[in-house]
Design a protein around this ligand. Structure first.
Ligand SMILES: [Zn+2]
Length: 441
């Protein structure tokens, strides 16, 4: 007969718990309280109004302390950041990353790129896919890309059920439906943060109106790529009437939808839209950033709310290149570094109502970019093949996602091999190193 195992008595349980507590506190007393300390960098954290030298400590994937001087002895790993800029992980508010379906000529296919190959090297930790998928194919996108990427991928649901698959598919008014889009956005609320309408070339307002209906129902913003410019639906009406406060106009410096008037001055409709609370996103891409438009708008006091890439197969090796190069272009146009960082961190976080992102407050997720500003002679190219010279260039030295290193091309966190035994083992520690010690996702 098998004797049934008796449970522990209350007394035994308490004794066990006490022993466990002693063991834990003994361990924590001998171990540093922080996993990682970024020492001596110039912190730019626009949400918290900081642009000043600060130490930043990280524990358990979160920002644990931001202080003038934190004792290095309190951290497991100390990374020297003097002369570098420490910023929240960058947020790229317009990318195309529904790769892998093998569909030719489609942003739900060959036109898209896998995010991790482009993000961390540019300081980006969060991207917003700008409507590659709609309600008919979003599940595939989530399963094959969003859930498998180390980059935080958020998404806009395309108002077109089939998503951004090109050609007639994106012109089909019958496949633009608020109801299933609303249901999709509710079901995937952790990752769907808005609705997209794009590339429409007809005279109707229906795509914008239906996208706004879906956005309204869920309480999320709509991003508009205004497609072809037609007299039946002028940009002034879009920005002044059709969009709601909080909706996003992307490709704001493209110039092909009358962002500039015939005399080269910015369309007053842009200012009227901003006055109402519409926000403006760069979405550089391969056809949507023109030096003359950006320069005239900035001169007239109309900077972008967010700087973003419109990353896709055709923009990545063209003038756009990357988030950090796009940011450098705005330095070349006279913006301050603090502004450029704000437009790539806290502003986009607010635009998509994800205010837990885009800053380094204590307790926030430790997504961090460490940047260097080079001075010299640099040339920058727009989507139309025109060059603008600049004297500053941002370079990404290190990126941390959830408190762990994911990009370090100069080995700033690494030890010289000659200081190690000849038979050295794999370096780094899981507490801070996400490159050599990857966590299973
Ligand atoms: Zn796009």
């Amino acid at each position: 007969m098998i004797e049934r195992k008796k449970g522990l008595s209350r007394r035994e349980l308490l004794a066990g718990a006490a022993a466990f507590t002693v063991a834990c506190s003994a361990r924590s007393a001998s171990e540093p309280e922080y996993d990682l300390l970024l020492k001596g960098g110039h912190l730019i954290d626009p949400r918290n109004g900081l642009s000043v030298v600060r130490d930043v400590a990280v524990h358990d994937g979160k920002v644990a302390a931001v202080e003038e001087a934190i004792d290095p002895g309190r951290a497991f790993k100390v990374v020297e950041c003097h002369g570098l800029y420490v910023t929240p992980g960058l947020i790229d508010l317009h990318v195309h990353v529904f790769a892998g379906t093998n569909e030719r000529g489609s942003y739900a296919g060959d036109n898209s790129l896998y995010p991790d190959a482009h993000t961390f090297r540019s300081g980006v930790t969060t991207v917003l896919d700008a409507g590659c998928a709609g309600w008919r194919n979003f599940e595939t996108f989530r399963e094959t890309v969003i859930s498998r990427s180390r980059t935080r991928v958020l998404a806009l649901a395309n108002i077109v059920g089939h998503g951004m698959r090109g050609g007639d598919i994106e012109q089909d008014l019958a496949d633009m439906e608020a109801a299933p889009t609303t249901a999709l956005a509710r079901e995937h609320s952790e990752v769907i943060v808005g609705v997209k309408t794009a590339h429409y070339a007809g005279p109707d307002w229906y795509p914008v109106e239906e996208a706004v209906r879906a956005g309204e129902a869920v309480g999320i913003p709509v991003m508009v790529d205004f497609g072809a410019s037609l007299p039946e639906r002028p940009i002034e009406t879009l920005l002044g009437e059709k969009l709601r406060p909080g909706d996003i106009y992307t490709h704001c410096f493209a110039g092909n939808r009358r962002e500039l008037l015939e005399d080269g001055t910015p369309n007053p409709g842009l200012f009227a839209g901003r006055e109402r609370g519409v926000t403006f996103d760069v979405g550089h891409g391969a056809g949507s950033f023109k030096w003359s438009v950006a320069a005239k708008c900035l001169e007239a006091g109309f900077p972008p709310d967010s700087i973003s890439t419109d990353l896709h197969f055709a923009s990545m090796n063209a003038g756009m290149e990357s988030q950090i190069t796009t940011m450098s272009k705005f330095l070349a146009l006279g913006e301050s570094l603090d502004d450029v960082i704000r437009q790539s961190t806290w502003n986009p976080a607010r635009q998509i109502l994800r205010e837990e992102l885009g800053h380094l407050s204590v307790g926030a997720t430790a997504d961090i970019a460490v940047l260097r500003k080079e001075t010299g002679e640099f040339g920058y190219v727009d989507s139309f093949g025109a060059r603008h010279d600049g004297t500053e260039k941002l370079v990404c030295e290190m990126t941390f996602k959830d408190g762990r290193l994911v990009w370090d091309p100069n080995g700033r966190t690494r030890q010289d091999w000659r200081e190690l035994p000849f038979d050295y083992e794999r370096q780094g520690e899981p507490r801070w190193d996400g490159i050599l010690h990857r966590q299973r996702s």
